[in-house]
Write a protein that binds this ligand. Structure first.
Ligand SMILES: CC(C)(COP(=O)(O)OP(=O)(O)OC[C@H]1O[C@@H](n2cnc3c(N)ncnc32)[C@H](O)[C@@H]1OP(=O)(O)O)[C@@H](O)C(=O)NCCC(=O)NCCS
Length: 205
C-alpha cells in the first residue's frame, strides 16, 4: 500500500488538536465506508458516472492497486507520481468515466479517454476493480455500462489493451464479441458499439 497517501503536508503542520480531529475524522469515515461495504449484499453495486468531485477517490482507488494489478491496468510499471499525474489529466467533459460503488465506497473505476479515429470516435478503456470485490461480476457490469454509455455519446468503438495473460480481460473480450488482435504479449480488443442488427425474418415460400 502506498503510505504517501497519508502524508499530506497540511496534516504535518497542523496543531495537535486539529491533528487529533483530522485523525478521528479519517478513522470515522473509513469505518463508515467499511460498514457500508459490509452491507454490500443489501445495498448492491451501483454503476455511476464520475465527475471532477470524485477525482481524489479515483486517485486513492488506483493507488491502492497491488503492483501486478497496477501494471495490468497501465500496461507497465508506473509509480505513484505517474498515477497522480494520470488522474490529474482526466478530462471529465470528454472522456467516459464510470465507477462502481458499494455503499459509499468506490470499488471499481473505468476511465476511457475518447479520441477521433477515421471510422468515428473511439474510447480507449482502462478498468480496475478493488481486489476484495473481484470475481463478483463488477468488472463485467462496468464494461457493459461503458459500451452503453459510449453508444449513447456517439462513440463508435471501445478499445481495450491488455496482456494476453490477463484471464478476466481475455474472457470479457471473447464474450463481448470483440475483434481481438495480438502483438507479442499484448492484445487489443475492439468492441463496436453499433447495436446488433435485428434478425431478418425469413420470407415464407
Ligand atoms: C480485470 C478486472 C477489472 C476484472 O474485474 P472483476 O470484477 O473481477 O471481473 P468479473 O467478475 O466481472 O469477471 C470478468 C470475467 O472474467 C472471468 N474471470 C474473472 N477472474 C478470472 C480469473 N482469475 N481467471 C479466469 N477468468 C476470470 C470471469 O469469469 C468473467 O468472465 P465471464 O463473464 O465469462 O464469467 C480486475 O481483475 C482488475 O481490476 N484487474 C487489474 C486491472 C486490469 O487488469 N485491468 C485490465 C486492463 S485495463
Amino acid at each position: 500500500m502506498d503510505s504517501s497517501l497519508h502524508e499530506s503536508p497540511a496534516t504535518v503542520s497542523m496543531p495537535r488538536g486539529s491533528r487529533w480531529f483530522a485523525g478521528m475524522w479519517v478513522t470515522a469515515s473509513a469505518m463508515l465506508r467499511e460498514a457500508s461495504e459490509g452491507l454490500a449484499g443489501l445495498l448492491g453495486v451501483r454503476i455511476v458516472r464520475l465527475s471532477g468531485v470524485d477525482r481524489s477517490e479515483i486517485e486513492a482507488h488506483l493507488l491502492q492497486l497491488d503492483p501486478v494489478s497496477r501494471a495490468n491496468r497501465f500496461m507497465g510499471a508506473v509509480d505513484a507520481t505517474c498515477v497522480r499525474r494520470y488522474v490529474a489529466g482526466i478530462d471529465f467533459t470528454r472522456d467516459l468515466v464510470l465507477g462502481a460503488r458499494i455503499g459509499l465506497s468506490l470499488v471499481g473505476v473505468v476511465h476511457a479517454p475518447v479520441h477521433g479515429a477515421p471510422g468515428g470516435p473511439v474510447a480507449e478503456l482502462g478498468i480496475s476493480v478493488r481486489a476484495r470485490h473481484r470475481h463478483d461480476g463488477i468488472g463485467t457490469q462496468l464494461l457493459a455500462a461503458t459500451v452503453r454509455e459510449a453508444r449513447e455519446q456517439g462513440v463508435t468503438a471501445v478499445q481495450l489493451r491488455y496482456l494476453a495473460s490477463n484471464a478476466p480481460m481475455a474472457a470479457w473480450a471473447r464474450s463481448a464479441g470483440a475483434r481481438i488482435s495480438r502483438a507479442g504479449a499484448e492484445c487489443t480488443a475492439v468492441v463496436s458499439t453499433a447495436p446488433a442488427a435485428p434478425a431478418v425474418p425469413r420470407l415464407a415460400t
